[in-house]
Write a protein that binds this ligand. Structure first.
Ligand code: F6P
Ligand code: MN
Length: 329
């Protein structure tokens, strides 16, 4: 059901090579693999209550979290699709303790959370796939140390949100572009080129169940968000779904701040640096927003472990600057 004026993902890359430098061919191959895998994930998720795919497998992943059946399904789809992508040498996935070698002659490394927010699937709430791409600095059999880089070195980052519609958002460092899946053809159509996030917003997203374990500056910032104006009306609104991709995407479009800081339960933060924070931070910055690990820019953090976690703050510029002032006090 494509209208002739619609731009499909492949056409967009082909006609806008300057937005996909330094390697439009690799960008095209990788995004085609993402399109293929995420379309399969979409198909299964959208019928999840009908197919026998809900629930946990009964084991924990390397992070000590319950693995859902759909986590494994999504992981398999991305590994399969990227195996046919000559550009990708290895994949680092939340679901696998070690990296998986795909095509040793490939020049790129792919890191992913194949199904973010998967504990929300059983209750029909949006989930996502997050991905990050680095260019390799050497040839030969990939080693996991090659992933231990700084986030600003990413050459591509993005996510797919399986929501009321399925959208693909990505950047190759030349703006953020949004595509929507046409389910009848399995193709992604351009819906927003050079997407920008509002400079300011009024949504704050944080799991307040952790409130009493947060550092004082963050508690004070939450207090600021809850202040009433001179008319006694609220100044901010709280939204937290527990699916990073969905929470971030809403704030990206509407203006807001997302915070997952260090907590008593997650002293290093909960979100994983290489395949959750880094790619979301690159999208945020490319859209005109900000992302930090607290006071420092997130994309300057060098990974020491492939599954390392980080505190994460991201959002609209004005809200982030205000939050940073509270952290400094
Ligand atoms: O992947 C981790 C994740 O599921 C994110 O999608 C989400 O933002 C976060 O955990 C929610 O964590 P919590 O349940 O501790 O608020
Ligand atoms: Mn996740």
């Amino acid at each position: 059901m494509n209208n002739s004026h619609e731009t499909l993902l492949g056409q967009f890359i082909e006609t806008r090579k300057e937005l996909h430098t330094p390697d439009p061919q690799a960008a095209s191959d990788i995004l085609k693999a993402v399109e293929k895998a995420s379309t399969k994930v979409y198909e299964v998720i959208s019928r999840a209550g009908l197919a026998n795919v809900l629930g946990a497998v009964g084991s924990e992943n390397v992070q000590g979290e319950q693995v859902q059946k759909l986590d494994l399904f999504a992981n398999d789809q991305f590994i399969d699709a990227l195996t046919s992508c000559a550009s990708v040498a290895a994949i680092l996935s939340e679901e696998n303790e070690e990296i998986i070698t795909l095509n040793p002659s490939g020049d790129y490394l792919f890191a992913t959370d194949p199904l973010d927010g998967s504990s929300n699937i059983d209750v029909n709430i949006s989930v996502g796939t997050i991905f990050s791409v680095f260019k390799r600095k050497k040839k030969g059999t990939p080693e996991k140390e090659e992933f231990l880089r700084e986030g600003h070195e990413q050459v591509m980052a993005g996510y797919v949100l399986y929501g009321t519609s399925t959208v693909l958002i990505y950047t190759c460092g030349h703006g953020v572009h949004a595509f929507t899946l046409e389910p009848s053809t399995g193709e992604f159509t351009l819906t927003n080129e050079a997407l920008k996030t509002p400079v300011d917003g009024n949504i704050f997203s944080i799991n307040e169940g952790n409130y009493h374990t947060l550092e004082k500056g963050i508690q004070n910032y939450i207090g600021f968000c809850k202040k009433l104006n001179e008319k006694g009306k609220r100044t901010h609104t709280a939204r937290f779904m527990g699916s990073l991709v969905a929470d971030f995407h809403r704030n990206l479009l509407k203006g807001g701040i997302f915070i997952y800081p260090a907590t008593a339960d997650a002293p290093e933060g909960r979100l994983r640096l290489l395949y959750e924070c880094n790619p979301i931070a690159m999208i945020a910055e490319q859209a005109g927003g900000m992302a930090t690990q607290g006071k420092e820019r997130l994309l300057n953090r060098k990974a020491k472990e492939i599954h390392e976690r980080s505190p994460f703050f991201t959002g609209s510029k004005v809200m982030m600057e205000t939050a940073l002032r509270y952290l400094d006090e």
